[in-house]
Design a protein around this ligand. Structure first.
Ligand code: PGA
Length: 252
């Protein structure tokens, strides 16, 4: 089980440090089969990492994006290699906000995924349909396209047994809206994602975490975790307070 907090562009550094400290303090109550991950803004990563290290905490830390090149003339960008050199474990890729606000394509996300593997980071690849696509009845088609854009990459597929990868199903209409997908709606899509993974990766598909994101809260988390193909959650709003974040993790 993976419980991941996506802080997005929230919290000033001192607030992020306080939150990291509070999570480190509360994590000992969480069962050990649950991995807990925070993904602060780039500017907070070094300080938050230090807090984790000083507390000798099992808390994991990730970034919210990276570039697909190792280095070069890409003003404002940060490479996977740079993140790895800071002791970062994970990187969120292709979040729907990046796909829609920054025009990230499936192909660009696949290249970032490869860069993450090369650097030794675990990518969390976000996929999900818009409300319009759901209403058109093309959820599976959209999801399949997004999953296969990653799994059509021979280099990615051949790297997977040796490298962890996580898929996060986040229906766009459920993100930050309070309109969470029902556990059954989410499970349907997760089962479909698992099938795509099985077709490409065989038995290894069962080793890959497929987590749900979109308005997960302490009140609804448990119903997701009871679903056979839901292996955790990617949490936005409710990850900004230690109390709600840990309350979700406690149910995993
Ligand atoms: P939310 O965000 O939990 O605030 O809906 C989830 C996400 O964007 O990852």
């Amino acid at each position: 089980m993976l419980i991941a907090g996506n802080w997005k562009m929230n919290l000033m550094p001192h607030e992020g440090m306080m939150l990291t400290h509070e999570i480190c303090m509360g994590i000992s109550d969480i069962p050990s089969h649950v991995d807990i991950l925070i993904c602060p803004p780039f500017t907070h990563l070094a300080q938050c990492s230090l807090i984790i290290e000083n507390n000798e905490s099992p808390l994991l830390i990730g970034a919210q994006n990276c570039h697909d090149s190792d280095e070069g003339a890409f003003t404002g960008e940060i490479s996977a290699r740079m993140l790895a050199s800071m002791g970062i474990d994970y990187v969120i890729l292709g979040h729907s906000e990046r796909r829609s606000l920054f025009n990230e394509s499936n192909d660009f996300i696949a290249r970032k995924c490869l860069a993450a593997f090369k650097a030794g980071l675990t990518p969390i690849v976000c996929i999900g349909e818009t409300l319009e696509q759901r209403n058109q009845g093309i959820v599976n088609q959209v999801i399949q396209e997004q999953v296969l854009s990653i799994l059509h990459h021979e280099q990615i597929v051949s790297s997977i047994p040796a490298h962890d990868i996580v898929f996060a199903y986040e229906p766009v209409w459920a993100i930050g809206t309070g309109l969470a997908a029902s556990p059954e709606q989410a499970e349907d899509v997760h089962a479909f994602i698992r099938m795509q993974l099985e077709e490409k990766l065989g038995d290894h598909a069962s080793m890959i975490d497929v987590i749900y994101g979109g308005s997960v809260k302490p009140e609804n988390a448990k119903d997701y975790f009871l679903q056979p193909n839901i292996d955790g959650a990617l949490i936005g709003g409710a990850s900004l307070k230690a109390e709600s974040f840990l309350a979700i993790a406690a149910q995993a």
